[in-house]
Design a protein around this ligand. Structure first.
Ligand code: CAA
Length: 293
């Protein structure tokens, strides 16, 4: 069944090579998923060799886990490792059909990334962003071809979370959207089309309850109580474990984006900001002390 709002699947372009900008945690998880499900070459780029090596190393280690679990044969594991490579320059994207960025959540940085990518790729190449909260329309404003920019928002862990938020900016065209939906299907995700609104849909909900849990602790509820306050909902993780998984800086960025857009509906935790500013965000503590891990 065609997802609500998805265009005619016949419009989708074939994706024969994928580029991933960034080689961090989300980017390298995405690279593995693209290689595994699309069975096409995937090139990661990042600012320096150490980051690239870490990203490619992560992919290799995850492939070894698949092999050990019997989820991949030795041949498949070898092929998967060979499909994922790293490059320090974006020239490696010249023949890519789908380039996705997962760099720092900063509009100016992402705009710069897409300027560089657009200088290299063909006019047909889809440009996708894994942003969790920034505006697609603003991100594409200075592109020569803003119609090929689309939001393609994964959830962490990428291999496990079933949902993909696909975001249509003001200029995104149907060919791009259809390619995004077809790619989501190949990745075996269930895709939903969401409006280009601050934090889209999932992170608004997440920020509602996470914001309230953090606020409860800030206001004096013991951490141990707050940590289990959501057990009744059957969620797979406690709130502060989830904050660690998402990354406090990312959580803070989403909260601040929502606070700026809807100040009467979303608060901003000063304590979370302090924790992130301290530079070594450990387990959340109401007294701001940082867990050494
Ligand atoms: N990469 C790949 N696979 C992973 C993984 C990872 N990082 N973490 C866990 N898994 C796999 C495990 O290998 C295991 O697979 P098998 O059954 O095949 O062995 C399976 O997931 C279950 O893992 P575990 O048994 O180790 O642990 P668990 O049952 O406690 O599940 C969890 C771990 C999947 C992370 C689960 O706790 C969970 O679903 N947590 C909620 C995560 C969540 O809400 N994510 C969304 C965050 S919001 C976001 O990402 C968006 C944003 O923009 C901020």
């Amino acid at each position: 069944k065609r997802p609500a709002g998805a265009p005619d699947p016949a419009l989708a372009r074939k994706v024969g090579k994928v580029g991933v900008v960034g080689a961090g945690l989300m980017a390298s998880q995405m690279a593995l998923l693209f290689a595994r499900r699309l069975e096409v070459p995937v090139v990661l780029t990042d600012l320096d060799q150490a980051r690239l090596d870490k990203g490619v190393g992560y992919v290799h280690a995850e492939v070894d886990k698949l092999l050990a679990k019997g989820r991949a044969s030795q041949d498949q594991a070898n092929r998967l490792k060979a499909l994922v490579s790293g490059s320090l320059t974006k020239d490696a994207f010249a023949d890519a059909d789908f380039v996705i960025e997962a760099v720092f959540e900063d509009l100016a940085v992402k705009k710069q990334v897409f300027r560089e990518v657009e200088a290299v790729v063909s006019a047909e190449c889809v440009l996708a962003t894994n942003t969790s909260s920034l505006s697609l329309t603003e991100m594409g404003a200075e592109l020569a071809h803003p119609e090929r920019l689309v939001g393609f928002h994964f959830f962490n862990p990428v291999a496990v979370m079933p949902l993909l938020e696909i975001v249509k900016g003001a200029a995104t065209d149907d060919v791009t959207l259809a390619t995004a939906f077809a790619t989501g299907r190949s990745l075996r995700k269930s895709s939903v089309l969401v409006k280009d609104a601050p934090a889209f849909v999932v992170n608004r909900l997440l920020t509602c309850f996470m914001g309230e849990v953090v606020a409860a602790v800030d206001e004096g509820t013991p951490l141990e109580v707050a940590e289990h306050a959501l057990d009744g909902l059957g969620l797979p993780m406690t709130p502060f474990a989830l904050l660690q998984l998402v990354g406090p800086a990312v959580g803070l960025h989403v909260a601040e984006t929502l606070h700026a857009a809807f100040p009467d509906r979303f608060g901003a935790s000063g304590n979370l900001a302090k924790l992130v500013a301290a530079g070594k965000p450990g387990v959340y503590r109401p007294d701001f002390s940082l867990d050494p891990d």
